[in-house]
Design a protein around this ligand. Structure first.
Ligand SMILES: Cc1cc2nc3c(=O)[nH]c(=O)nc-3n(C[C@H](O)[C@H](O)[C@H](O)COP(=O)(O)OP(=O)(O)OC[C@H]3O[C@@H](n4cnc5c(N)ncnc54)[C@H](O)[C@@H]3O)c2cc1C
Length: 289
């Protein structure tokens, strides 16, 4: 474990000012689950760490006047899993439920899981499938961007120096919107995903009117399965069509070989996961394999 200077912030303005003051490489401490682990392993050695625990502006779960779900950056993943406000939103609580263990979920935060930018995390693909936007604040400005645009590379984000995630807005789902999450992890139940898929679909009179599919652990960032979406939108989807469309996911992903499996294995698993999840959501016939 390397030592660092710790600066607890009492407000959002103080947090962004401290980030700007200490510059590149300064880390934020939210739940600390990733930061402290990486520091202990010697993989992350910041000189300065800004503590967010007392920043009240980053807390809260609410539904705004437009029906969007607003989640503060300090929202615990366990609260996303259990909060009544989240119950009407497809896929989100289900994805949060799959993060590690209750102990981790009670500590880890939404802002931390976005800022950490590990592509194998469970909640980001769900947010991307939901077309959620991330709220960002810097010392002198705020902005909002689609969650998928936050991630630029492995453990890398598009946050500018001095910026942090303040929250997330999930648009209101229409009645009848279906969503789901499938995490493939053959080792232990508390592991990171080998491949994960989140999807949200609207079906009107048997026709797919809207579909968003996002995958985790199959590229340096979570990714949208644009090719799969394009193959299915505007159609009455049969199991045969779904089987063909799921194959297109190979064009959208770029997995690497690691301890959880080879790149070619992950490509095959992604096809199966997409087919099974969308088969469940679109109620086409389910097949094995
Ligand atoms: C044993 C273990 C198992 C895990 N298994 C899973 C799993 O199965 N699935 C899964 O999804 N995740 C898993 N995780 C990761 C966990 O979800 C993340 O560690 C967590 O979400 C990070 O949140 P945190 O609040 O603890 O962040 P911290 O550890 O406090 O910070 C992590 C990073 O995010 C940055 N950060 C924190 N807050 C913000 C903010 N508001 N804006 C911008 N950047 C910020 C920090 O600078 C730091 O770089 C696991 C972690 C551990 C330790």
């Amino acid at each position: 474990m390397t030592s660092f200077a710790f600066h607890p912030a009492a407000s959002l303005a103080e947090a962004t000012a401290l980030l700007a003051q200490y510059g590149d490489g300064t880390q934020l401490l939210a739940g600390g689950t990733s930061l402290m682990l990486l520091n202990r392993l010697g993989l992350l050695a910041p000189d300065h760490v800004v503590g967010l625990r007392d920043v009240g502006e980053l807390r809260g779960i609410a539904v705004d006047d437009a029906g969007a779900l607003r989640l503060g950056a300090l929202t615990k993943l366990r609260d996303i899993e259990t909060a009544p406000e989240v119950r009407g939103v497809p896929v989100l609580a289900e994805a949060a439920h799959h993060v590690a263990t209750v102990r981790i979920r009670n500590q880890a935060t939404l802002g931390g899981s976005l800022g950490h930018a590990d592509p194998a995390q469970d909640v980001p693909p769900a947010l991307i499938a939901l077309d959620a936007r991330v709220d960002v604040a810097g010392p002198n400005s705020t902005r909002q961007l689609p969650v998928e645009d936050l991630f630029t590379g492995y453990l890398e984000t598009s946050l500018h120096p001095g910026e942090l995630v303040t929250g997330v807005a999930v648009p209101r789902s229409t009645r009848g919107t279906r969503g789901g999450y499938l995490k493939f992890l053959p080792r232990t139940a508390d592991d990171y995903a080998t491949v994960s898929v989140a999807a949200v679909v609207d079906v009107v009179d048997g026709r797919v009117t809207r579909i968003r599919v996002a995958l985790g652990a199959v590229a340096p960032t979570p990714v949208r399965a644009h090719s799969v979406e394009a193959a299915l939108v505007d159609g009455h989807v049969t199991s045969e069509q779904l089987r063909g469309a799921a194959e297109f996911v190979r064009q959208d992903i770029d997995p690497t070989s690691d301890a959880r499996g080879s790149a070619s294995y992950k490509n095959d698993v992604a096809v199966v996961c997409v087919r099974r999840l969308l088969g469940r959501l679109l109620e086409t016939e389910q097949e094995g394999r």
